[in-house]
Structure formats: structure tokens, C-alpha cells
Design a protein around this ligand. Structure first.
Ligand SMILES: Cc1ncc(COP(=O)(O)O)c(C=O)c1O
Length: 449
């Protein structure tokens, strides 16, 4: 009884179902059937020009970013394009008017968000869990992995605080050991062979997790994830399933900047906030886990999914389904979570490959310009195989924060300094940046002697 308990029953049992929710046809939304890609948000932002996905000026006009600034750090935390703003406003108003009626549509809208993410990532919806950020995804996955005393976790020195801390805390709990290795010495000169060779050499017989980041926010280096996945597959070839090394990727600076799907990348787990390059609702994120990794994962925060809740009513346990069970339960800032559908839809409308190509084109223009400047040392590789939208550089040995402040105050250019022990000036051209602004940034940095 419990395992077949539908999410509709869950709603009815918890009093969340309303006449409105029933009328919306929740039969399409059972956990086992997987999600449906339902278009939601219906509002219309005022004063925003009609959206023409084929026109970059129109795409930029959908954002409420200050037009007097050139935004090269919009990826730090997303500004929402009009369709996402509209959806958030619509859902917020609904929640403000009648929280019970609005949350009665929670299952359908969450499934819609999962469905849109699945369409974008070219994966199955039941493989996608919804989170609040990359950091939440990293914490849930690294703490949820079935690790034991003496297990080895391989990561790199280039990873962000959130990966290092999640691994440190998880390893301390399980008696596992974390090893950080450098994958390159000079980021500008990094090569596929060097990076893959170091991962290959770092894997030990007791390595159970390889925890890496797709695009390093420390240097802008994009890892050759496919080749690394192949090296890990070689190491796993003769291992029993429980002993496999699981390849987990912090994908936050790749998602929305590089169109490669997680399946094509070949990783086992793909964790990302959707509030950076994807320009999704602030406080949202996803985790995708390939089915071969499901046996290695356990939930950390109880889900509110129908099957799990229903099993609790019945005193049993529901079979593990990553997308539902990996999504932390509790009530959320639902207006943001539900509007995630519109963020994926926005990118699909523009074309995810077009977005990636535009980002690559602008980043290449920036790097080509910076490489010509005698006072600037480019840190990020110029090869698009080894870089995405993050471009890091040094300016005459000056403190990066001072350079970033100067760019803003004297040139109205918004950049950031990398939050690492060795810090660089970081610029991220994206769909909200023009080629002319890229040229202005090159000129401004060139003038900093
Ligand atoms: C590589 C990397 N991972 C994770 C994060 C944190 O992302 P979130 O805000 O989605 O937790 C950042 C920066 O904010 C980052 O640079």
C-alpha cells in the first residue's frame, strides 16, 4: 500500500489538496511517472520590451540590471530576466493571498521545475533533485555518500571553499581521508593530458569519491570532464559496484555557460546552483545523479515527497528515488523554486548552445584583448576546451580588490576578485554583456599601470 501511495493521496492526507489543485489534474504528477514539463508563471513585467530570443539586445533588455554599469560579475548572484521576475511575482502574490491554495499546487509546480531542468540537461526528471544552492547540493551529496573509515576522497587544490568544507566535514564524520592535489601548476598553461594524468595518478584502490569542479572559480580553468570521467571509468573497471569511485562535479560555473549535458560529461553526480550563469531564481539549485550512483547515495534531509510521507503514515519505507528523496523537504521560498521552470525555459528559448557560443565568443574576445596588454597577465587558458565564461587575470601585481574597485568607480565596470588564498581579478562576460563592453573592459585594464 505504502509504496504505491500517490502524491495526490499525500496532498489529500496532509490537507494540502484543494479544489484548485484537483482541477489542475495532478494525475500527471506521480513520483513514479516522472515530471511533466508544464509551463507556469503567467505575469507580464511592465516596461520590458517584447522578448525576441534571437536578438541579444532583446535578451539583455529582459534584465533589470543597472544600464549604467557593464555587468561582468552577474554570475556571482543572478539578476532575474523578466519571465522569471513575472513568475516569482505571480507566485508570491498567490502565496500572499492564500498560502493553502497556492501550496496545493506545489507538486505540479515542483514537477514542472524538475521537468524543465530535465529537458535542459537532457536527462530524466526523476534523476533531478531540487536544492537551494550549489553549497546545499555539495553538503547533501558529500554527507549522503555511503563512505566508511579509511576510504579515500580525491579532490583538487583548485576547488572552492564549499567543496573543501563539505568534504572535510563528511570525512570527519566517517573516518575517511580527503586528499587535495594540484591538477596544474600554471593555469594559463594547463593541458588536458596534464590534468587527466594527475587525476589518474591520484586515484587509489580505496578511492571512493572523486570530487571536482567543472569550471574553477579560482582560475577560470574548465576541466576536461569527459576525459577525467573516462580515466575514472578505467579505474572502476574491475571493481565491485560498492567499491566504485563516484565522480561528483560542482558544475555551477559551467551550467548556463557550456551546453554540454551531464550525461555527455560522464560524471556520476552534477551539482549546481541555478542562480549564477543560468540567471534562475536566487536561492535555487539542482543535483542530477546518474542511476549508477543511486546506490551510493542516501538522503540527509527528509523529503516531503508523497511516497516517503505515505510510507511514514504506513510505518514502512519507500523505495529510494533520487529526484524525490534527494530534494530536502520542509516548506520553501516556493515563489523562487517554482519560477525555476521559467529560467530553464528562457535559456531553451534563446537556445542553450547559442548562449554557450555567445559566452565563449565574448570570453575569447576578452582574453585576446587582455593577452595583448603589457600590464596584464592572463591566468585563464585561451583554449575554449579549457575555459568557459570565467576570465581571471593579474594587473601589474596590484591587489585584485583595488583593481575591481577601480573598474567600478572609474569605468562603471562590475567585476569581482576571486575569493581564494591566491586572488585574481575575475570578469565573466555573459548574455548580459555586449562586445563593446568587453572592449571597454580591455581598455580600462590596459590603462591601469
Ligand atoms: C565553484 C563554486 N562552487 C560553489 C559556489 C557557491 O555557489 P552557491 O551560492 O550556489 O552555493 C561558488 C561561488 O559562489 C563557486 O565559485
Amino acid at each position: 500500500m505504502s509504496t504505491s501511495l500517490s502524491r495526490r493521496t499525500f496532498l489529500a492526507r496532509t490537507g494540502l489538496a484543494t479544489a484548485g489543485a484537483g482541477a489542475l489534474g495532478l494525475t500527471a504528477c506521480t513520483g513514479s511517472d516522472g515530471p511533466t514539463a508544464v509551463r507556469t508563471g503567467t505575469g507580464t513585467a511592465t516596461g520590458v520590451p517584447a522578448f525576441d530570443p534571437a536578438d541579444w539586445a532583446s535578451v539583455r533588455a529582459q534584465f533589470g540590471l543597472d544600464p549604467d554599469l557593464a555587468h561582468f560579475a552577474a554570475f556571482v548572484l543572478a539578476s532575474h530576466p523578466a519571465p522569471v521576475r513575472d513568475a516569482i511575482a505571480t507566485y508570491r502574490d498567490e502565496l500572499d493571498r492564500d498560502t493553502v491554495a497556492a501550496t496545493g499546487q506545489e507538486v505540479e509546480r515542483e514537477d514542472a521545475a524538475r521537468g524543465a531542468a530535465a529537458e535542459y540537461l537532457e536527462v530524466a526528471g526523476e534523476e533531478i533533485a531540487l536544492t537551494d544552492s550549489t553549497t546545499m547540493g555539495l553538503g547533501l551529496i558529500y554527507h549522503g555518500l555511503r563512505l566508511g573509515a579509511g576510504d579515500h576522497i580525491l579532490t583538487s587544490t583548485h576547488d572552492f571553499y564549499a567543496t573543501h568544507e563539505a568534504l572535510r566535514l563528511a570525512a570527519a564524520k566517517r573516518g575517511a581521508a580527503v586528499q587535495r592535489i594540484p591538477l596544474y601548476d600554471d593555469p594559463a598553461a594547463a593541458s588536458v593530458d596534464q590534468i587527466v594524468g594527475r587525476v589518474r595518478a591520484g586515484i587509489r584502490p580505496n578511492t571512493r569519491v572523486v570530487a571536482l569542479t567543472w569550471v574553477h572559480s579560482s582560475t577560470g580553468v574548465k576541466l576536461p570532464v569527459r576525459e577525467i570521467a573516462d580515466a575514472i571509468a578505467d579505474a572502476n573497471r574491475n571493481r565491485a559496484a560498492p567499491d566504485r569511485a563516484v565522480f561528483c562535479l560542482d558544475a555551477v560555473h559551467g551550467l548556463g555557460a557550456d551546453a554540454t549535458s551531464p550525461a555527455a560529461l560522464g560524471c556520476d553526480v552534477f551539482m549546481s546552483g541555478t542562480h549564477k550563469w543560468l540567471f534562475g531564481p536566487r536561492g535555487t539549485g539542482i543535483v542530477w545523479a546518474h542511476r549508477r550512483a543511486w546506490d551510493h547515495l542516501a538522503p540527509i534531509i527528509p523529503t516531503f515527497s508523497g511516497p516517503s510521507f505515505g510510507a511514514w503514515f504506513d510505518g514502512t519505507t519507500a523505495p529510494f528515488q533520487f529526484g524525490l528523496d534527494g530534494t530536502p523537504g520542509g516548506f520553501h521560498s516556493f515563489e523562487h523554486r517554482w519560477a525555476l521552470t521559467e529560467a530553464f525555459r528562457f535559456h531553451l528559448d534563446v537556445g542553450k548552445q547559442r548562449v554557450a557560443d555567445r559566452t565563449t565568443e565574448l570570453a575569447a574576445r576578452l582574453k585576446d584583448g587582455l593577452a595583448e596588454l603589457p600590464n596584464v597577465a592572463l591566468v585563464t587558458p585561451r583554449d575554449p576546451k579549457l575555459s568557459a565564461g570565467v576570465v581571471c587575470c593579474e594587473v601589474n601585481g596590484r591587489d585584485p580588490r583595488e583593481v575591481v574597485n577601480g573598474l567600478r568607480s572609474a569605468h562603471r565596470i562590475v567585476a569581482s576578485a576571486t575569493p581564494y588564498q591566491t586572488s585574481y581579478v575575475r570578469l565573466g562576460p555573459s548574455i548580459v554583456t555586449t562586445p563593446e563592453q568587453v572592449d571597454q573592459a580591455i581598455q580600462a585594464l590596459g590603462a591601469m599601470t
